[in-house]
Design a protein around this ligand. Structure first.
Ligand SMILES: Cc1cc2nc3c(=O)[nH]c(=O)nc-3n(C[C@H](O)[C@H](O)[C@H](O)COP(=O)(O)OP(=O)(O)OC[C@H]3O[C@@H](n4cnc5c(N)ncnc54)[C@H](O)[C@@H]3O)c2cc1C
Length: 376
């Protein structure tokens, strides 16, 4: 029997944050059920045999839209500045990415005297006479054909397995386009990494004696043995929870290949994108970000694929339509004290700071609802 006041399915960021808040502020017992053999969800990092800290599920560049989330996490970790610099490998040269003034100058071999001069130059290249609903038309309307073809088109095809024409403009629109020389990958000013890694930060959250953890336990294999006194939080995929009543939701997956080298560093920044060469999309040397002092380094290569672990929701009409039906069921089970949260359960790509904010907001609701009948 898997029994507690609160059962939490998934020991990812959402599961750990909610367990922490529920145990410490509501004084309720929590049992976290996790199918993998570790906590921290996709933020999981660990040291390999040579002692190199690496990100098992792709690089996680932590940044914060909201200062309060940074303050909350600061209770569990010290920080190092987020050194997230990405370059794109195009025609055998490395260019700053996202596109900025340096990229434009290097690519077009022009020295712009001002930001305005660069904007005017690009304006002449923009192709505006198309609808802006898809990623291809969106980038053509912002940067024109040459940049689109060299930096975006093939990368998007590799990443998603479909033409950018078939993807919503929000996919390409996630990457900023800059007319200054800001080299950082993300737009947020607050960018920090947990000094000793993500896993230790999340581990600290769940050290409370009221929190128990059951690893290597798939919720669907023990569903009938579960008993909760108060409520259940579910952070897995919604279609499976409801026995695929409205069909399967599609996800894009990735395979990671890790290579260890006896070298201090190999690349000159954390990430190189390969839009036009090789089968992998990016090569990441996470040591630029973790800043470990160790004579070895790890390079990871990412190969997108359609089957496997669910990493990125595929946002198209069909999937959104299906998910909106599941959303109605999600709303209904709240009456049975079951709450869905996180990037799998909400079928939406969220960054880590965003899911943590959502988990804290959900806690506020749960606190109101269950505070009076907790064991306090
Ligand atoms: C490749 C990649 C790169 C990313 N890069 C960044 C980045 O640079 N910066 C950033 O801020 N965010 C990044 N993210 C997003 C970040 O990983 C998520 O926002 C965060 O992990 C979401 O937390 P979560 O708890 O909702 O889900 P998850 O981290 O997915 O955790 C859910 C947990 O639930 C478990 N689970 C699921 N089903 C079951 C079940 N049936 N039984 C038991 N356990 C179950 C899973 O095993 C998992 O451990 C990236 C994500 C991916 C996929």
């Amino acid at each position: 029997m898997f029994k507690a006041d609160v059962i939490i399915v998934g020991a990812g960021p959402v599961g750990c944050v909610l367990a922490n808040k529920i145990a410490t502020e509501l004084n309720l017992s929590c049992l976290i059920i996790e199918k993998r053999n570790h906590i921290a969800g996709n933020c999981y990092d660990e040291k390999n045999k040579k002692g190199v800290l690496y990100h098992k599920y792709g690089p996680h560049y932590l940044r914060f839209k909201n200062n309060k989330i940074f303050e909350y996490l600061s209770k569990f970790t010290k920080w190092i500045p987020g050194n997230y610099i990405v370059q794109s490998f195009v025609d055998k040269k490395l260019y700053p990415f996202p596109i900025n003034l340096n990229t434009l100058e290097k690519f077009f071999n022009i020295k712009f005297k001002s930001k305005k001069e660069a904007i005017d130059f690009i304006k002449k290249k923009q192709i505006k006479n198309k609808s802006l609903n898809n990623s291809e038309d969106f980038i053509l309307s912002k940067l024109g054909t040459e940049i689109y073809e060299k930096f975006y088109k093939n990368y998007t095809i590799k990443q998603w397995g479909v033409s950018p024409k078939k993807l919503s403009s929000t996919v390409a629109g996630r990457v900023p386009i800059r007319y200054d020389r800001n080299p950082y990958y993300v737009k947020e000013k607050l960018k920090f990494m947990p000094r000793q890694g993500f896993t230790l930060m999340f581990k600290k959250m769940i050290t409370n004696k009221k929190i128990k953890l059951s690893l290597n336990t798939d919720f669907f294999k023990i569903r009938k043995q579960i008993k909760y006194n108060k409520f259940l939080i579910y952070t897995g995929t919604p279609d499976k929870f409801f026995n695929y009543k409205y069909g399967k939701l599609d996800w894009r997956s990735l395979a990671f290949k890790f290579e260890t080298y006896k070298k201090n560093l190999i690349q000159n920044s954390v990430q190189y994108n390969f839009p036009n060469d090789f089968k992998f999309t990016r090569k990441v040397e996470i040591k630029h970000v973790t800043r470990q002092k160790i004579p070895f380094t790890v390079i990871s290569k990412e190969f997108p694929k359609s089957k496997g672990e669910p990493y990125y929701p595929i946002i198209n009409k069909n999937n959104l339509n299906k998910f909106s039906k599941y959303e109605k069921l999600i709303k209904k089970v709240e009456n049975k004290n079951v709450f869905f949260e996180g990037r799998l359960a909400q079928y939406k790509y969220f960054n880590t700071d965003e899911v943590i904010e959502r988990a804290l907001n959900l806690f506020k609701i749960l606190k109101k609802k269950y505070k009076n009948n907790s064991n306090n």
